[in-house]
Every structure is written in structure tokens, then in C-alpha cells.
Design a binder for this molecule. Structure first.
Ligand SMILES: [Zn+2]
Length: 258
């Protein structure tokens, strides 16, 4: 049985933690009286720029809780430019549904732009006019047997996703199915649409849109919804920390075309 989460309460806590951590919180829109928020840290000479989002599906709370945990830990490196969006679909969370009101899956809406949430988000992305060294999206999956991730890197970096999976494995099972979500998978790693132009895809997910316009490195983490919430949150926290540490390591740092 799923636990209901109150978006207003989570967002209030997130804003308080972000304030304490020195972030600037921007309201880029609102739906049903609930703000759509982005927390930003903009150092003068950032060594890297990172985009992090969670909660585009309303029944996937672990990502939002993980971003709150990282903020509360004051984990974010002050020399990195951070763009943190804790909850893209607050009304979905309030209703406990994957979709936003009207049954719209926001993570298929970056071409049609049917939902106000997606329009506001896209406007914020365009306004910020940002390039990200990496974009991370935190999701959950009701059907998976364990953690897995989508990787879109240009050019591919063979060790990157697997290093993250290795770091997550002590925290939560990895889904090693040969096919996940309709895509071929290998030890928890999926690379669908890695070489596709957006024009060949009808319904644009957030990360494909970002990969096309704002970054050369996109990762989507998926935790298994049937596992305890504490493990799922911890898995996301470990995955995010590992991804950033790998990017900061000299071995990986210059392998992406930024
Ligand atoms: Zn999702």
C-alpha cells in the first residue's frame, strides 16, 4: 500500500533546507495553488553545472525525499552550479497518481506541451538558457525488481553507469532482467534512444528534451516502489552522490562533449 505524501508540507521543508544551504529558490509557476519550485546555487566560477529533478510522476516520492535529504545534509558543493527541481508534478503527488490532472503523463509532454506544469518547466529551462554538465532525473518503478538506470551519454562512457549501479548495490537490489520497461537491459543499465534524434520520437520525455537541448549527459535513476521507502531514498542519494563524484574525478571529467 502506498503512503500518501503532502506536497505542500514536503515543499515547505525543502525550501527551508534550501534557504539554510544558501540556495536561491525560484517559483517558476504554480498549479492548484502549489508552487513549482527550482532551487539554484550560482557560484561565480562554477567547476560544473548540474541539473537535478524529481517527482515528475506523482506516485514516485522517493526522488523528492532524496533531494530533501541531500539539501538537509548540506551536501551540495558550493563550487558547482546547481539547478534542483524537487517536485515537477505536485498535484499528481497530492492525488497519489502518476499523471498530472487530466491524465497527462508529464514525462511524455515535452513536445505537445499539454500540461501547465510542462509549459512552465520548459519556459524555465529556456529562460535559464543553461548548459548542464549532467542532468539527473529521479524516478520510481512499480514493476521493477530492483534499482536500474537509463543512461544517455555523448559519447558513451562504458564505466559510468555501471559504477553507479555498483555503488547502489549494497543499499538496494539491482534489477538484472534482460528487458525492463520494454527496453533491452544489461545488469540494470538501459540505453534506449541513445542515438535517436528527437524528431523520431513522438512523445518527448523530460530527459530526451534536455539531452537534445541542454546537456550531453543524462541519467535517469529508477527505484523499485515495492521496496521500503527508506531504502529507495537512500538508493537515490547514493546514486546522485556517486554520479557527481565520478564526474569530478579526473578520469571521467573530460570524456563528455559539453
Ligand atoms: Zn517515473
Amino acid at each position: 500500500m502506498s503512503v500518501q505524501f503532502e506536497p505542500e508540507v514536503l515543499l515547505r521543508r525543502f525550501v527551508s533546507a534550501a534557504d539554510t544551504a544558501g540556495f536561491r529558490v525560484i517559483e517558476y509557476g504554480s498549479v492548484g495553488g502549489i508552487p513549482l519550485l527550482a532551487a539554484e546555487l550560482s557560484p561565480v566560477s562554477p567547476k560544473m553545472s548540474v541539473y537535478l529533478s524529481a517527482g515528475i510522476h506523482g506516485d514516485e516520492p522517493a526522488g523528492t525525499l532524496a533531494l530533501f535529504t541531500l539539501m538537509s545534509q548540506r551536501w551540495f558543493d558550493a563550487d558547482i552550479a546547481w539547478h534542483v527541481l524537487p517536485l515537477l508534478n505536485p498535484l499528481g503527488m497530492k492525488a497519489g497518481t502518476r499523471e498530472a490532472p487530466g491524465g497527462i503523463d508529464l514525462n511524455r509532454d515535452y513536445r505537445a506541451l499539454r500540461a501547465p506544469e510542462t509549459r512552465a518547466h520548459k519556459a524555465w529551462i529556456s529562460h535559464a538558457n543553461s548548459r548542464y554538465d549532467v542532468a539527473l532525473a529521479l524516478h520510481e518503478d512499480w514493476e521493477s525488481k530492483g534499482f536500474y538506470l537509463y543512461e544517455l551519454l555523448k559519447p558513451p562512457c562504458p564505466d559510468f553507469g555501471y559504477s553507479i549501479l555498483q555503488a547502489v548495490e549494497p543499499v538496494i537490489d539491482i534489477d538484472c532482467s534482460p528487458e525492463i520497461d520494454g527496453f533491452p537491459a544489461r545488469n540494470g543499465l538501459l540505453r534506449p534512444h541513445a542515438d535517436d534524434s528527437l524528431e523520431t520520437v513522438d512523445e518527448w520525455p523530460e530527459q530526451l528534451y534536455l539531452r537534445q537541448n541542454n546537456t550531453s549527459a543524462s541519467l535517469t535513476f529508477e527505484t523499485p516502489s515495492s521496496f521500503p521507502i527508506e531504502s529507495r531514498v537512500m538508493a537515490h542519494v547514493v546514486a546522485v552522490k556517486t554520479a557527481i563524484n565520478l564526474l569530478l574525478a579526473p578520469r571521467i571529467e573530460n570524456t563528455f562533449e559539453i
